[in-house]
Design a binder for this molecule. Structure first.
Ligand code: FES
Ligand code: FES
Length: 160
């Protein structure tokens, strides 16, 4: 069946079977490979995107369920002038990534958190990112990056 959705502000269409997951559709039909698939079983969060403004693990949704929806992926996070978003820049500045596999999902989740809660505490950040697994960083620098992106002071040692 033909599926159409607005992705990062553009109308995009592709073919999907009824069982095709949104994560697979984004990557294989729309060529948006920034959405990573780490598990396909809703454990890792690497596939996190926004659907109609809500953060979702795209491997938990069929592409057909997103027909007509507004979707945001990591490819749409940069500013219009091509510079990194506040969250992306903070990840870079605070070394919130190593191999980068989890990073698209982390950035999408952190962006969603700051939309709902512009000044989260460290505990709120950690709680919000619970569904996103990182095998490299130990999470400390990710938490620092989200604190920095929210304009809050990054404690020198609190997150170590
Ligand atoms: S690929 Fe979706 S949660 Fe891991
Ligand atoms: S940076 Fe490697 S999994 Fe997070």
């Amino acid at each position: 069946m033909k599926i159409s959705m607005t992705v990062n502000g553009k109308t995009m269409s592709g073919e999907a079977e009824g069982r095709t997951l949104l994560s697979t559709f984004l990557r294989e039909e729309l060529g948006l490979t920034g959405t990573h698939i780490g598990c396909d079983t809703s454990q890792c969060g690497a596939c996190t995107v926004h659907v109609d403004g809500k953060q979702i693990k795209s491997c938990t949704m069929f592409a057909a369920e997103a027909d007509g929806a507004t979707v945001a992926t990591i490819e749409g996070m940069a500013n219009a002038d091509g510079t990194l978003s506040k969250v992306q820049q903070a990840f870079q500045d605070h070394h919130g990534l190593q191999c980068g596999f989890c990073t698209p999902g982390m950035v999408m989740a952190a962006t969603s958190l700051l939309e709902q809660n512009p000044k989260p505490t460290e505990a709120e950040i950690r709680h919000h990112l619970e569904g996103n697994i990182c095998r490299c960083t130990g999470y400390h620098n990710i938490v620092k990056a989200v604190l920095a992106a929210s304009g809050q002071e990054v404690p020198a040692v609190a997150a170590e």
